[in-house]
Design a protein around this ligand. Structure first.
Ligand SMILES: Cc1cc2nc3c(=O)[nH]c(=O)nc-3n(C[C@H](O)[C@H](O)[C@H](O)COP(=O)(O)O)c2cc1C
Length: 188
């Protein structure tokens, strides 16, 4: 079976190299709309989207994340995170940060944010853009500059970093990930 939605799902990849050109305003607005149209438990919509195109701010967050990881990283990980060109955002021109309220009342917020992130990724793919969903920047928010970043990224009161999505024009392609076997049971 095939249709445009299934094609987008099958064609999306995590892109880890981007051209420096910025995405258009029309593309950005379409991505935000896609994020806002994500389903959420009880329709609470417990997500806030912060679009960052300020490369200096992204660099600062990258450095904080790197410092935090390097406190404990060993071996290959230490090597990767020490490289001068390393960017947790892969030098993407746009990063959409998704913050949320993890209070007990919003116990499904994590899933809601995941739905929004995937909506962004699929919508971007449908427009010829690349994305990668990112958990790692969390390290910057748990470090000493975390509160400053929460303020600079205008997270609403009580919200914290959940996930982000780097977006841009792809400068690399990637194979589909091998699908792990044994994860599906169909009981009839
Ligand atoms: C919640 C979540 C967090 C992720 N965090 C990172 C990350 O911090 N850095 C990264 O390079 N990729 C990250 N990824 C991307 C995965 O590595 C990627 O989805 C996986 O390897 C499969 O590859 P594909 O997306 O190309 O199919 C993340 C994906 C998800 C869903």
């Amino acid at each position: 079976m095939n249709n445009p939605v299934l094609e987008a799902i099958a064609g999306r990849r995590s892109i880890r190299a981007y051209k420096s050109e910025q995405i258009s305003e029309e593309q950005l607005q379409a991505l935000i709309a896609a994020a806002q149209q994500a389903p959420s438990a009880r329709n609470l919509q417990p997500f806030h989207f912060t679009v960052v195109q300020d490369q200096a701010l992204l660099s600062r967050i990258n450095e904080s994340m790197r410092a935090e990881v390097l406190k404990t990283a060993l071996g290959k990980m230490k090597e990767t995170f020490s490289a001068s060109q390393y960017s947790v955002f892969y030098h993407a021109p746009t990063v959409i940060f998704i913050s949320t309220d993890m209070s007990a009342e919003k116990r499904y917020a994590r899933h809601d944010c995941g739905c929004a992130a995937e909506n962004i990724a699929l919508a971007a793919h449908s427009m010829g853009l690349g994305t990668v969903i990112l958990g790692m920047p969390w390290e910057a928010f748990k470090g000493p500059d975390g509160d400053e970043y929460r303020r600079l990224l205008r997270f609403p009161e009580g919200y914290d970093y959940m996930v982000s999505v780097a977006v841009g024009v792809p400068a690399a392609t990637k194979e589909a990930h091998p699908v792990a076997g044994g994860l599906v049971d169909i009981i009839r």
